[in-house]
Design a protein around this ligand. Structure first.
Ligand SMILES: O=C(O)CCC(=O)C(=O)O
Ligand SMILES: [Fe+2]
Length: 369
């Protein structure tokens, strides 16, 4: 039996919450007789403080693949390439992400921009290369985001972790909700929110703990042209304040290493490479529509969130298997963890590599932010 260590964990949803628990590495392996192979990647909460993020110029990796004669050639050796749904998600077998060169990584970024989500199976090579490799991988796609509140592996603040098991007294914000579903686009409160995002699980329950995705391109396309034309004129406030407050409240045991920020983004953004328009509001971080009366803002946002929630025809559900890596374009999709395994007592432990991208581009030319 491995010894119990003291650490803190992050909620599986986008850093919604942090809490203190004492996970044993053995329990994280979901096999009490084994040492947990990824114990060095368990969440650590440093007392470090970070200054505000500074703006930077983002060159999108997908743009470099646009002129490629065959921008899907990185899939040439795949044994299987299957669309999960017609407009969202592709599942690939037989491609080792860890061995993709710079050109192939650019192609990957373009394909993820087109498909929203890509699921790669059998990626043990990538996962076992460890955190220095994760950083090298992520930096190809943009400046790595350092999360203001979530747990990270010791000495690797750029790696955002999710973790939960039975030993923790889970006390996160959805506990008094009827559902664990919290649709969001990661850290949309940043001035330059993430683009191509890489996420994988290191430990998972036997069943459950899937991740839901939705296409914000399709969400928008379902609306009438007149309503979309109105949405294009709008901008909204996204806020990191509540996430920080949950962490600071102590009941989650977390820290706030960078003061929370709020930023205004267009309600409809344009992807810098594909040119596609996507709805860019999410229940977790979007707070209000600028310039509208309070009731107008609340009702429009509620309508849009309801539309996102119930549009299964825009969604894809990823079932995890060991050594799966999922990539999504955070600008044109939203996602939610599914917490349906708490009572099994099994651990779920995941790592996210989160390069930031451009400041959201309004779909309406000339919209001032
Ligand atoms: O745990 C999951 O399935 C999703 C986690 C998440 O939302 C994130 O890391 O951004
Ligand atoms: Fe997330």
């Amino acid at each position: 039996m491995a010894t119990t260590t003291t650490t803190s964990v992050a909620n599986a949803a986008e850093g919604v919450a942090t809490l203190t628990l004492r996970p044993s590495p053995a329990s994280a392996s979901n096999n009490t007789n084994e040492e947990y192979a990824y114990a060095h990647l368990l969440p650590h909460f440093s007392a470090d403080r970070y200054p505000p993020l500074t703006p930077f110029e983002h060159v999108d990796p997908a743009s470099r693949a646009l002129s490629h004669p065959n921008p899907r050639s990185f899939l040439d050796n795949a044994t299987s390439v299957a669309e999960i749904t017609p407009s969202l998600g592709t599942e690939v077998q037989g491609v080792n992400l860890a061995t993709l060169d710079s050109d192939a990584r650019d192609q990957l970024a373009l394909e993820v921009a087109r498909r929203g989500v890509m699921v790669f199976r059998d990626q043990q090579d990538f996962i076992d290369r460890g955190p220095d490799f994760y950083l090298q991988w992520g930096r190809h796609f943009g400046r790595l985001h350092i999360h203001p509140t979530s747990g990270h592996p010791r000495n690797y603040p750029e790696i955002h972790l999710v973790y939960r098991d039975l030993k923790s007294s889970f006390n996160f914000e959805v506990d008094d909700s009827i559902t664990s579903t919290v649709w969001h686009s990661d850290v949309s409160y940043e001035l330059q929110p993430p683009g191509l995002t890489t996420f994988f699980l290191l430990a998972q329950p036997q069943t459950g703990g899937d991740t839901l995705f939705t296409s914000q391109v399709q969400t928008l396309k379902k609306l009438s042209p007149q309503f979309v034309a109105f949405l294009r004129t709008l901008k909204a406030v996204h806020s990191g304040v509540e996430q920080a407050e949950f962490s600071r409240a102590g009941r989650r045991g977390g820290t706030v290493r960078r003061e929370p920020v709020e930023h205004i983004h267009p309600v409809v953004r344009r992807h810098p490479v594909t040119g596609e328009e996507a709805l860019y509001v999410n229940r977790q971080f979007t707070r209000r529509i600028v310039g509208l009366k309070r009731e107008e803002s609340e009702n429009i946002l509620r309508f849009l969130y309801d539309h996102i929630d119930k549009s299964a025809d825009n969604q894809a559900r990823v079932k995890w298997r060991p050594n799966t890596i999922v990539l999504w374009d955070n600008r044109i999709t939203a996602h939610s963890a599914i917490v349906d395994f708490k009572e099994s007592g099994e651990a779920r432990h995941g790592a996210r590599i989160t390069p930031q991208a451009e400041r959201p581009i309004p779909a309406l030319d000339g919209l001032e932010l």
